[in-house]
Write a protein that binds this ligand. Structure first.
Ligand code: BGC
Length: 423
């Protein structure tokens, strides 16, 4: 039943509709959901889930912790869990799902998964991450692509840049023209996760997906200490020349707004940035452009958002958790949420005709790169390595990016040391 029809039915039948949707045995319950979707586009997307859940008669207790990339949210989650009071659902991603599973704190979603045929619907690269010890413990909401370059075509034109940079040399050449024309070439927010987002994208653009995988997924010391890594680190440091002095501490969505309002020409960011362009009423291909980040056309760094459920004893809370998990993979949520969020659906079987050209390209590239070995997990977004290793890499990357005297060679050595400690 469509959202519209359900709303109508509810209005017509009042409380009866709620009872009918919940069924004879189900009980209305509350789910407290921890997430970090607080920017304009993100909040619109999160609201879709809240509405759908409430239409089934359950309550959504919002536990939003601001901070892009989710570092703060994860810190808050840990302290809530340590005090024995975790929320019933939380935005937990990638290998971190395994870490929470090992602690024995997650509840199972096997019966919802079986009824919804998740095993058939989801690509294995997604289904695997959602399971701990053979049981579904999390549900995927989307697939974000991280290696995008967003651009304001009017600013490029004003600066005499004829096409969006397709490789790193073109990026720096365009940057010079943009700077000369009085604009900021690259909008950036100086926060560790944003620095790491640019870093991994430059590693990908420099060494290609195979090198990226060896260095940032497998943590191969030979790759981390290689000349290719040193070159990537030097190029990464050079991107500072394209950024502005006010970047320190800036939130990612403020950086996106600089591209939206024509202060800056471009941003290297995952496609949650598209949620901001969409919320501002802009159309891709006209008001803004999306292209694969320089030199990464043959690759796709994926970042899958998912909600993991904590084990709860209250029956009505369990019912609400199961309803939430079911709704997340239903076509209605997958479509409406992802249109607002900038990502593509987690299930590839849906009609994409309402999605814009960036999303269509994303889906096509997801499938194409999966076939050719270019589909790689994002290190910066918690898909590639465990949280402690990710934290160590963030520290090295940010310190190097902000240090006047740490050399690329030294940064590479630190990465090798961090990998050796992790093994
Ligand atoms: C999350 C996105 C979120 C972005 C910015 C990423 O790590 O996967 O859902 O929009 O951070 O907060």
């Amino acid at each position: 039943m469509s959202l519209f029809k359900r709303t109508l039915l509810k209005t017509a039948l009042g409380g009866l509709a709620v009872a009918a949707t919940l069924g004879a045995t189900a009980q209305a319950g509350e789910v407290e959901v921890l997430h970090w979707w607080t920017s304009g586009g993100e909040a619109r997307a999160a609201n879709v889930l809240k509405q759908l859940l409430e239409e089934e008669g359950h309550q959504w207790k919002d536990f939003a912790v601001a901070g892009g990339g989710g570092e703060t949210a994860m810190t808050v989650l840990k302290s809530r869990a340590m005090s024995g009071n975790p929320p019933s659902a939380a935005q937990i991603k990638g290998p971190e799902i395994q870490e929470w599973g090992e602690l024995g704190l997650l509840g199972q979603l096997d019966s919802v998964a079986e009824q919804g045929r998740w095993g058939e619907l989801l690509p294995p690269v997604i289904a695997d991450v959602m399971q701990y010890d053979g049981h579904y413990v999390a549900v995927p909401v989307n697939v974000h692509r991280v290696n995008w370059l967003w651009a304001n075509p009017e600013v490029l034109e004003q600066a005499g840049v004829e096409k969006v940079p397709a490789n790193l040399d073109e990026l720096f050449a365009a940057g010079e023209k943009i700077r000369d024309a009085g604009y900021i070439p690259l909008a950036h927010g100086g926060q560790p996760w944003q620095d790491a987002t640019v870093f991994e994208t430059v590693v990908l653009g420099t060494g290609g997906p195979e090198f990226y995988r060896r260095a940032l997924v497998e943590l191969d010391p030979d790759a981390l200490g290689s000349d290719t890594m040193i070159q990537a680190l030097e190029t990464f440091k050079r991107t500072r020349e394209l950024m502005d002095d006010g970047m320190s501490g800036r939130d990612w969505n403020i950086a996106t707004s600089m591209v939206i309002n024509g202060k800056a020409a471009m941003q290297l960011m995952g496609d949650w940035a598209k949620g901001e362009f969409t919320a501002a009423g802009m159309t891709p291909g006209e008001d803004y452009l999306c292209v694969p980040a320089p030199g990464t056309e043959e690759a796709f760094t994926f970042n899958i958002d998912s909600l993991a459920m904590f084990r709860v004893s209250d029956e009505s809370e369990q019912e609400a958790q199961q309803a939430l998990a079911r709704l997340v993979l239903e076509p209605e949520f997958q479509k409406t949420f992802n249109l607002a969020k900038g990502s593509i659906p987690a299930r590839p079987d849906l009609d994409m005709s309402e999605f814009d050209q960036c999303a269509q390209q994303s889906l096509e590239d997801f499938q194409r790169t999966a076939d050719k070995g270019g589909l790689v997990p994002s290190m910066a977004h918690g898909m590639a390595v465990r949280a402690d290793v990710q934290g160590a890499i963030f520290d090295i990357v940010t310190n190097y990016f902000n240090s006047a005297d740490m050399t690329a060679q030294q940064a590479a050595e630190r990465l090798v040391n961090a990998a050796n400690v992790a093994m």
